[in-house]
Write a protein that binds this ligand. Structure first.
Ligand SMILES: C[S@@+](CC[C@H](N)C(=O)[O-])C[C@H]1O[C@@H](n2cnc3c(N)ncnc32)[C@H](O)[C@@H]1O
Length: 249
């Protein structure tokens, strides 16, 4: 039983690829034909026009993959069951902070593919997000948050070509923790919270307390007085990044 076998049961109902972010990731894959998606979960961000193998330790997650997705394999990043160079690119999206041995997993990605594309968040930015700073600071103490690697740590294990900012659009569709930076009402929805690993791991009482605090601030206008200008922005940089590494084949 993995963490996501318990917290990932409703993942596919609130989490999906955002088309703008998907386009950025697909561009980063370049002309790769064979892609392995490590920590693939339900398969968000897998391009439909390549041969993709999605691998994940959680059967609960793999079973939520759409029938149109490529092959699914139960695996852990730390021991990929593929021969050296079996793929053109190894992709990992929003998953590294859940791995048990990040360096080992990155080493495996370089073994099975000459190029690596990694979508991750800079952990230092989490603390700045109003959601965390003002309502759910306990998120920062979660094991997965404390384990989240920054770009420097990921880069130290790979031959980095470049790191791109991934702006989060005002109508972001993915449902990850920072997705609703300008739509605070969304964080009151228990289903939306369930789809975010940070919320799903929080103590229920802490989760209730933070949610009620946010509900009150929305009702009284206190949230809008502090952050209302966010509602007028079209996109934001809140620390999501795309790292491209390895050698062009
Ligand atoms: C937030 S989900 C991301 C899923 C998908 N990549 C996406 O972008 O929607 C994190 C995923 O990492 C997987 N995971 C956890 N530990 C892992 C490990 N050691 N190796 C590979 N994947 C792992 C979880 O099972 C889960 O499916």
């Amino acid at each position: 039983m993995t963490r996501y076998d318990s917290i990932g049961r409703t993942y596919a109902s609130t989490r999906r690829a955002d088309p703008r972010i998907a386009a950025q990731i697909t561009a980063a894959l370049g002309d790769a034909r064979r892609v392995v998606n490590v920590g693939a979960g339900t398969g968000s961000y897998e391009p439909p026009d390549r041969t993709v193998v999605g691998g994940d330790p959680s059967l609960t997650m793999l079973r939520q993959r759409a029938a149109t997705r490529g092959a699914a394999v139960q695996l852990a990043a730390e021991a990929l069951p593929f021969r050296d160079g079996a793929f053109d690119v190894a992709l990992a999206t929003l998953t590294l902070h859940h791995w048990t041995d990040i360096e080992r997993g990155l080493q495996e990605m370089t073994r099975v593919a000459p190029r690596q594309v990694i979508f991750f968040f800079e952990p230092a930015s989490s603390a700045d997000l109003w959601l965390v700073a003002e309502y759910f600071p306990e998120i920062l103490a979660l094991g997965s948050e404390r384990a989240a690697p920054d770009g420097a740590r990921i880069g130290a294990a790979l031959a980095v070509q470049r790191t791109e900012v991934v702006p989060v659009p005002a109508d972001c569709q993915d449902g990850f923790a920072g997705c609703y930076w300008n739509r605070p009402e969304a964080y009151l929805d228990p289903m939306v919270q369930e789809g975010m690993s940070s919320f799903a791991q929080l103590d229920p009482q802490i989760r209730r307390r933070g949610t009620e605090h946010l509900r009150r601030d929305l009702e009284t206008g206190a949230w809008d007085a502090r952050h209302g200008e966010l509602r007028t922005m079209t996109e934001i940089d809140i620390g999501y990044r795309l790292l491209l590494a390895g050698h062009l084949s």
